[in-house]
Design a protein around this ligand. Sequence first.
Ligand SMILES: Cc1cc2nc3c(=O)[nH]c(=O)nc-3n(C[C@H](O)[C@H](O)[C@H](O)COP(=O)(O)OP(=O)(O)OC[C@H]3O[C@@H](n4cnc5c(N)ncnc54)[C@H](O)[C@@H]3O)c2cc1C
Length: 382
Amino acid sequence: MDFRIPAEFETELGRYKEFISNRLIPNLGGWYAEKEVPRDFFLELGANGWLGLEAEGARIREHNPLKAALFVEHLGTISPGVGVAVLVQVSLGAQGIILFGNQDQKDRYLPPAARGETLVCLGNTEPGAGSDVASVASTAKKVDGGWMLNGIKSFVTNGYISDFALITAVSDPEADRNSRISMFLVDLASKGITRSKLHKEVWIPSDLTRIKLDDVFVPEANLIGKRGRGLQQVLEIFTNSRITISALTLGTALGAFRAGVEHGKKRQAFGGKIIDFQAKSFEVADFYSKIEAARLVLWKTCWEKEQGIDFRLGASIAKYLSVEAARAIGQWAADLFGAASVIFEHPVHKYPMDAWASSLGEGTQDIQKLIIFRELMKRGAA
Ligand SMILES: Cc1cc2nc3c(=O)[nH]c(=O)nc-3n(C[C@H](O)[C@H](O)[C@H](O)COP(=O)(O)OP(=O)(O)OC[C@H]3O[C@@H](n4cnc5c(N)ncnc54)[C@H](O)[C@@H]3O)c2cc1C
């Protein structure tokens, strides 16, 4: 086994880090105040090939999984809120087209998505359907030339800034639970769409939006994948995006860890540096070990995906471990900063909040445990 990061990834990551230092860090305060990631940022990432999609001849494909994870992790260390906005574009939005779109859909929608010219999100969760994805109640009624969609998608990241959303809806109400739902690519400028931006205190400055669909016409050409396979398709999208959300969460843990250690090395109490109290130094050792464990599972899962090996188990373990690490380390770092950490604008304030958000996206910790257990049983492991 070779755990070295390939040289070409290192070189590009170096350029990316420089770009993030120059373009993101100085503007982050303003974006937090506006609570919006500007479209220009997506265009700039796209122009550099850094949105997570790249051309292979005439076709567009995803970045290598390890490369994608390294880029998202770096963004997570600085701003998990910006990181999630970038992640959604490829890992939730474009992912559905990559995995299930026909060639026409790929040719039409992926190149502008790769350039950051069009933004794509995913609306699955509803007031009555979160962890239990199959309970989706939005409807898609067959009409002349397409489908008429009705329903509410309650929590959609990038729903406010996106041009298109992958939407799940019941197309075949008489069919069994596994064959009722289909997936559609909905133009968010369509008549009948109402979008409301929700007030939240996690993953700032990304938006979280409620999308209401009232008699929204979707042409037949925008059915994504197979009619009645929407449940399996959305679950497969989540399996894939667990890799990048684990990387984002690992970045959240690492950002909090660095902030805490740096502060502990400077802050004096009882005649010494806080970091030198043994209670704190043991926490540093403990938390770094947690980061390293989550990272190793994540990298192994990236390798599995690259090799075409089933990565469901690894993706859920990576998500589970990275969230455990980020939650504990986010809270620890905030504690180390004392009272300053409760101030909204303080850089450390976001880490425990964003770790909490990570625990919800792509399945809660309970859902990860359910998947890990099921995968273990399938594989005959006791
Ligand atoms: C910041 C943010 C961004 C989001 N972005 C998106 C997005 O872009 N698109 C989208 O579609 N959704 C999005 N979501 C929604 C997210 O996917 C759901 O919140 C998540 O799947 C959980 O669903 P729920 O909130 O309905 O909770 P519920 O499913 O109601 O769960 C409530 C509690 O019950 C537990 N639970 C549920 N079932 C079981 C079980 N079988 N065994 C044990 N415990 C169980 C859960 O673990 C949880 O603790 C986002 C959410 C947040 C907070």
